[in-house]
Ligand binder design. Structure first.
Ligand SMILES: [Zn+2]
Length: 142
């Protein structure tokens, strides 16, 4: 499953609105822990349970190098292009999981895929973590 551009899309275009239940963030956190992949941040205290049954926007996949982001517009959350998108290109967002919150493998297929659905902010942390783990393995082996 995924979303693909039927036509070229200009940067900054709101494409589809996410629809769903607005829930307290605590409830969203529990759902994420139980493996839900359709919970998005709504505001500081609320998440949205944005299952694809309410809007096809819920089908959007994660990409390490996304072409879309979720932006607020007229009180709603919109899947919005962040750069020009070619026809038939898959629409991708950065799911933006914190390091430690989720260890979901990523198969976005980008040549420089991180292998994890992880927000960009945490990439340097991941790199440090990996080098630490590699150092530990080296210590164990020698
Ligand atoms: Zn990836």
């Amino acid at each position: 499953m995924g979303l693909f551009a039927a036509l070229p899309i200009k940067a900054g275009t709101p494409i589809i609105e996410f629809k769903g239940r607005i829930i307290p963030w605590e409830e969203g956190a529990v759902m994420l822990l139980r493996g839900a992949d359709h919970v998005i941040k709504f505001d500081a205290k609320h998440d949205m349970d944005a299952r694809p049954q309410w809007s096809p926007a819920g089908h959007v996949n994660h990409g390490c190098y996304p072409n879309c982001a979720i932006k607020k517009k007229r009180g709603g959350l919109w899947l919005t292009s962040i750069r020009q998108i070619k026809q038939n290109e898959e629409l991708l967002i950065d799911y933006g999981f914190d390091l430690g919150e989720e260890f979901e493998p990523c198969r976005c297929g980008h040549p420089r895929c991180r292998g994890l659905m992880l927000r960009k902010k945490d990439w340097p942390k991941l790199r440090r973590l990996i080098s630490k783990v590699l150092a530990l393995i080296a210590i164990t082996v020698h």
